[in-house]
Design a protein around this ligand. Structure first.
Ligand code: PGA
Length: 260
């Protein structure tokens, strides 16, 4: 059966409001003829109101890069689910590698955020991934299982329709990252799906698992054709709308020819 495919980008702390809006409009215009894929962009907080208004969310879903687990309270510097709701955004990314490794977020905290995002009606995109050391010790699967079992603790099976996972090995992300080989990524995606099936049974089949970490025009094709990779979560290679459009089309072409 053909997979439903997902393509999205986290803009990290790069584009200001004007740049985000023009990027989104450009991307929407360029990619709107591509049928049957889910597109999403996750810009900076300060751009979200304008970003959300700039596109048709049927074409491009808009996400936040982080969220506080509480609705309100003494949480200086945090952004509440209610505030995000007000902006009309669709999804919340939780536990991106930079949140975990630069800002010290832990699995239990990601879990509270996942539960809060789901209970407020957002799609929750939980990011997981092992470090280079963990990979070298041969414990990648254990780490991913732990991140999933804690991060998704208490998620109600009926809410899994709004749950997405991104596998982003820490060592593969950013300018100093080494992209994962398609074989290795597939092996980890298989393990992730196995764990999701243990947690949610048949419902797990509908949870998309996206690959992220140095996705580029040179590896997008071999990644997207892997059986357990449902989409590409792209950083740097997506921040120019024309280049992202070209990457999506190239990946879809490879997928279509493999699927025949
Ligand atoms: P990258 O970023 O594609 O620039 O490596 C990926 C990510 O952090 O999601």
């Amino acid at each position: 059966m053909a997979k439903k495919l997902y393509f999205g980008s986290n803009l990290k702390m790069y584009k200001n409001t004007a740049a985000t809006v023009s990027y989104l409009q450009d991307l929407e215009e360029k990619t709107k003829d591509i049928p049957k894929i889910t597109r999403f962009i996750i810009p900076s907080f300060t751009t979200l109101e304008r970003a959300s208004a700039a596109v048709d969310h049927q074409n491009i879903m808009i996400g936040a890069q982080n969220m506080c687990y509480a609705d309100e309270g003494q949480f200086t510097g945090e952004i509440s689910p209610l505030m995000l709701k007000e902006l009309g955004i669709d999804l919340v990314m939780i536990g991106h590698s930079e949140r975990r490794h630069v800002f010290g977020e832990k699995d239990a905290e990601e879990n509270r955020k996942v539960l809060a995002a789901l209970s407020h009606g957002f799609t929750a995109l939980l990011c997981i991934g092992e470090t280079a050391d963990e990979k070298n010790y041969g414990i990648s699967t254990e780490i991913l299982r732990q991140q999933l079992k804690i991060g998704l603790f208490g998620v109600r099976p009926e809410d899994t329709d709004r749950l997405w996972i991104a596998y982003e090995p820490v060592w593969s992300i950013g300018v100093n990252g080494t992209p994962a080989s398609a074989d290795y990524a597939e092996e980890m995606h298989f393990e992730i799906k196995k764990c999701l099936a243990e947690l949610f049974g048949e419902r797990a089949e509908r949870i998309p698992v996206l690959y992220g970490g140095s996705v580029n025009p040179g590896n997008a094709e071999e990644l997207i054709v892997q059986k357990d990779i449902d989409g590409l979560f792209v950083g740097r290679a997506a921040w120019d709308a024309a280049k992202f459009d070209a990457l999506i089309r190239q990946a879809l072409k490879a997928y279509a020819s493999g699927a025949e």
